[in-house]
Design a protein around this ligand. Structure first.
Ligand code: SF4
Length: 232
């Protein structure tokens, strides 16, 4: 079981979460600079996040993946510092292209992950790698195993053909694609008294009509719900 979190509460909760059977963590962390962290997230919480990550490491979570949005003119110059941090802590780094969802997503520009990948590959002699629960990321690893980095490129190299994800919101909506509005109201199905088998059939039918792909490039002005509404 894997948990995606901003890690602000992990210093307190990591030990208990690990005991419940959660083994893997995905943590959003775009910068190691305290003032930039506050500018990006709206909270002066970088010390809490770093303490949380140290606690998670001590509690034995593995792998711990750091999700860093690679943003041109915002944090792209910090990627080397984040690489050093991940090597020191034994974390997997994932560099992510932002998707143009909501006003926040449209206001930023992706860094050139192709160039960054080539630079890191040359510096560390990275080779292709597979990582448990890898999802859409394409991974590279240093030959001595001390560093693994993944690249998630929904725009420049979309991976919709191999996508195996649907997402259940806190309101009970099953969203079938991050880039499309298609959804099934599972809460309504449950509230109508569906049996477990009927609910299972409803989910299976929903997955069968999962959209083929997003249209972020083909229809850049098409409105899709904000990422925060989907929940991740
Ligand atoms: S199909 Fe949708 S959810 Fe899957 S990778 Fe493409 S945009 Fe993302």
């Amino acid at each position: 079981m894997s948990l995606t979190t901003n890690a602000t509460q992990l210093a307190r909760l990591a030990g208990g979460l690990r005991q419940t059977g959660v083994t893997r963590l995905n943590v959003s962390l775009d910068t190691l600079d305290r003032s930039r962290f506050e500018a990006i997230t709206g909270r002066d919480a970088l010390p809490d996040v770093l303490a949380g990550l140290a606690a998670a490491r001590a509690a034995g979570f593995a792998p711990i993946k750091i999700n860093m949005m690679a943003l041109a003119e915002v944090n792209e110059r910090e990627i080397d510092a984040m690489v050093d941090y991940c090597i020191a802590m034994g974390f997997v780094l994932r560099l992510i292209e932002p998707m143009p969802m909501g006003s926040a997503g449209r206001a930023v520009r992706a860094a050139d992950l192709g160039a960054i990948r080539a630079r890191l590959q040359a510096r560390y002699g990275l080779v292709d790698a597979l990582v448990a629960g890898g999802g859409p990321a394409r991974y590279l690893r240093a030959p001595d195993g001390r560093f693994t980095v993944g690249f998630i490129t929904p725009l420049s190299q979309h991976f919709c053909a191999t996508c195996n994800r649907v997402r259940l919101s806190a309101e009970g909506m099953l969203y079938l694609c991050l880039g499309q509005e298609d959804a099934v109201d599972l809460k309504a199905v449950v509230r109508a008294g569906a049996s477990a088998a009927e609910l299972q059939a409803c989910i299976a039918a929903a997955v069968r009509r999962k959209p083929e792909r997003h249209e972020f490039n083909a229809s850049p002005h098409k409105l899709v719900r904000m990422m925060a509404k989907t929940g991740g």
